[in-house]
Design a protein around this ligand. Sequence first.
Ligand SMILES: [Zn+2]
Length: 394
Amino acid sequence: MPSYRELLAQAKQHIREVQPADAEARLGEAVFLDVREPDEYEQGALPGSIHIPRGFLEAQIENRVPDRAAPIVVYCAGGNRSAFAAETLQALGYTDVVSMIGGFNRWKDDGRAWSTPRALTPDQRNRYQRHLSMPEVGVEGQLKLLDASVLLIGAGGLGSPAALYLAAAGVGRIGILDMDEVDSSNLQRQILHNEERIGMRKVDSATKTLQALNPDIEVVGYDTRLGADNILDIIDGYDVIVDGADNFPTRYLLNDASLLKRIPVVHGSIFRFDGMVTIFSPYEGPCYRCMVPEPPPAELAPSCAEAGVLGVLPGIIGSIQAVEALKLVLEIGEPLVGRLLVYDALEQSFRELKVNRDPQCPACSDGAEIVIAEYDEHCLPHAVLRDGTEVGTH
Ligand SMILES: [Zn+2]
């Protein structure tokens, strides 16, 4: 049975070691991988390093460093755990791995640059535990969420589930815009509000609900109508917009302003038993005007107050919007850009339609000039896509 010393000597024979000075020369080009325990890492680490405790190395490395040819400098506190880690990485197929002699302690003692990584508080570690245990999110992803800001247009059917889940997930700043007050007819689907809030401004009711769910985040209310005069100021600085608007003028206005500010919009709409979700990613995918070039004529449409919606439907569509917003912030997965996800509650089915960018689009094509202007107050429940699919509203 080999002793620890013998095992270590064996590991060191199988790997390459570099002095801190040589490692320093590779800053910016190689991945610096810290394999110490979380409490050691939190005291200080090499700038820009990624952290996977030795015990999680095999489970997490493929997600964090998918490229097996990537140059990796592994370090620990003194250079021994990193030797074992380097050997493991080689066994997993990583081809360009070195272990740093003397580890973080020597690096620091030599006066080289280091910093204290941002960490979650014990309360946050507990609250977001289920995120932290997923390597695709982890501490880094949770910090991204806490740093992120998402603006919700509407505190109604779609805004309710989206806001609740985004707040619970720890999106650090949630803006919520609505100009109405809570009415008992809202409660069939708008789960941010409740019986006691009838008559209260929706923005105030939403803020109260979200802060009670997660006091760790900031909620900013905009008790106003979105118009040409205020939209650019309101959306400025947000990372993602979740659109739960129920009318065409707002959608067109939001589209144009978000193109100008280059903010992705997670669009959702519902009508009766049907819903749809897509993302308009400025100049990367189609915009709302590419998909719905013009609103349908008013005479074809009953007023939107008459259009019904199944109570649960906004919960499904708004939750999908929240998922897409989180993915955009975390930069994971395949966003619904150029893809329209259509849900039919009666059939209980999803289907996906492709949405293309229109080279002649008046808003997002080359040379198009965007003018932020007020549109007529239409209230139209239907539009028809170029392929004949109906677009709902509520
Ligand atoms: Zn367009």
